[in-house]
Design a protein around this ligand. Structure first.
Ligand SMILES: Cc1cc2nc3c(=O)[nH]c(=O)nc-3n(C[C@H](O)[C@H](O)[C@H](O)COP(=O)(O)OP(=O)(O)OC[C@H]3O[C@@H](n4cnc5c(N)ncnc54)[C@H](O)[C@@H]3O)c2cc1C
Length: 454
């Protein structure tokens, strides 16, 4: 036990962590390592949130596609601790572009030179923008300018219209117009992370068994350290009880409504859910939480009896195609690990209020099959062995202008309440590695010192 706990009379605090995604799990782990008493709440029946698995056909795999680049140091450290790092299969992947009604490979500088959609000058400007972005260090300056303006400035209007704009629209929907330039900088930095660490090319991997296996191991690891997990428990009200100097939690579980008291609370839920759930926040906190807009996703998984184009990611620049891209897990995941099937994801990122999030699955599936038929001449609907769609309303906070200055602070205006969610990420793209990095810095530098001081 550390000196602070000694100062506080050797008392373990009762902590509630709300949200059992990778962020909440990371916070719970940190607290357990410091000997605290931790209860984790999640509305799902198991841990993992966006990384959790489901069954499609006879196959159990991630509900949303996940891949681990070799350069994801925080995630790989966790996998090492869970004794899973050695098992990762690392492969090189190819990237495709669907432009002007055709598939093109764009996996190397030579292929960029051959890319028929841009002339040589446009290609040089595109390559120059990416190179320049990879060398830039000061991302804060980029928050003051829109991503559209920055890309036009460096790549030129025609390259922007042909390549960047459709990519931004695919990834952000209409929200691209409100997004700051640090967003694209973070993407370029992730693309170059491997090269910065001395490798020639990025490799991508997956743990055999997918996140299901990672989460299973992590759940055991945390249970051994004493985690109390309240599954299927949707927290709907968190309020301060001054008379008891504690927090009252009201939640709904399989047995109906229940409540519990805690000394400290870490909320890892998306900002709109924190706003709805926590009572007594200051006006400023409420305004900041309300101002955080999110992207959601509609993501269809298909098991096919053969591969499509062979690219891990196929980016789409043709207008009117109703998906963000095609993710072929079959390009990195051997079909024998999936019962001889090829797993394909068709994500569509949308505003969190978009009606697509309410659309019937029949309609979504019909559109996905029609889209594959139009993009891949050899694709036949009979090749589909299973199809399922997952939706999430709050996936990523949209990084608007001056984003980092307008976030809600981690240490809230109320004693013992911490607000730490993925909307805190400012200099990275949203992925598990960034979430774990966020936990490392914000827990060690903010939450724990504040708790000790209090
Ligand atoms: C389509 C897609 C593809 C992705 N691809 C990759 C990839 O290739 N590589 C990568 O590293 N990352 C990828 N990610 C990102 C990664 O999944 C996320 O960064 C990470 O899982 C976020 O974790 P989190 O804990 O912040 O949020 P979440 O996983 O959203 O966790 C929030 C949790 O809160 C719970 N909850 C919500 N409301 C309540 C309530 N009222 N009471 C109790 N519990 C509640 C939810 O059930 C959920 O478990 C992808 C994500 C998506 C959607």
């Amino acid at each position: 036990m550390d000196s602070t706990n000694a100062n506080q009379g050797n008392r373990k605090f009762r902590w509630a962590v709300v949200g059992g995604g990778m962020l909440g799990l990371g916070v719970a782990r940190k607290l357990l390592e410091r000997g605290e008493n931790v209860t984790l709440f999640d509305s799902g029946d198991s841990i993992g949130g966006l990384t959790s698995a489901w069954k499609i056909g006879d196959v159990t795999w991630d509900r949303f596609y996940h891949v681990t680049p070799l350069s994801d140091v925080h995630l790989r450290r966790l996998l090492r601790e869970l004794d899973l790092d050695k098992e990762i299969e690392w492969v090189q992947t190819k990237t495709g572009f669907y432009s002007a009604g055709k598939l093109h490979s764009l996996s190397s500088s030579i292929e960029l030179l051959k890319f028929p959609i841009l002339n040589l000058y446009q290609k040089l400007r595109l390559g120059g923008t990416i190179f320049f972005g990879s060398k830039l260090k000061n991302w804060k300056k980029l928050e003051r300018i829109s991503v559209e303006k920055w890309l036009i400035q460096w790549s030129g209007k025609s390259t922007y219209e042909k390549i960047w704009k459709p990519l931004l629209q695919c990834k952000l929907g209409d929200a691209y117009q409100r997004t700051n330039a640090a967003f694209i900088w973070a993407y370029i930095q992730r693309m170059y992370a491997a090269r910065r660490s001395g490798m020639k090319r990025e490799l991508f991997g997956y743990v055999q068994g997918g996140y299901d296996r990672v989460l299973h191991r992590l759940a055991m690891f945390l249970a051994e350290k004493g985690l109390a997990f309240r599954s299927k428990s949707t927290v709907h009200r968190v309020s301060r009880d001054e008379s008891k100097n504690s927090w009252t939690f009201e939640f709904q579980n399989e047995n109906g409504r229940d409540s519990e008291q805690f000394d400290r609370v870490v909320m890892t839920l998306p900002s709109p859910t924190i706003l709805k759930t926590v009572h007594g926040l200051s006006d400023k906190e409420q305004l900041r939480l309300a101002a955080t807009d999110y992207l959601g996703v509609v993501c269809t998984s298909l098991l096919l009896d053969r591969p499509l184009g062979g690219y891990y990611v196929t980016n789409i620049t043709d207008p009117g195609i109703p998906i963000t891209g095609v993710i072929e897990m079959g390009s990195i995941l051997k079909p024998e690990h999936l019962g001889g099937n090829y797993l394909v994801y068709l994500p569509k990122y949308v505003d969190s209020r978009d009606p697509a999030l309410e659309e019937s699955t029949e309609l979504t599936h019909a559109r996905c099959i029609a889209t594959l038929s139009s993009m891949y001449p050899s694709f036949q609907p009979q090749q589909v062995r299973a199809i399922q769609t997952a939706k999430a309303r709050y996936v990523m906070a949209i990084p608007t202008l001056h984003y980092s200055e307008n976030r809600c602070p981690v240490v809230s205006s109320m004693p013992g309440l911490y607000l730490l969610n993925s909307a805190r990420i400012v200099d990275g793209t949203l992925n598990v590695n960034e979430v774990l990095r966020l936990v490392e810095t914000e827990f060690d530098e903010t939450i724990w010192p504040n708790h000790q001081a209090g």
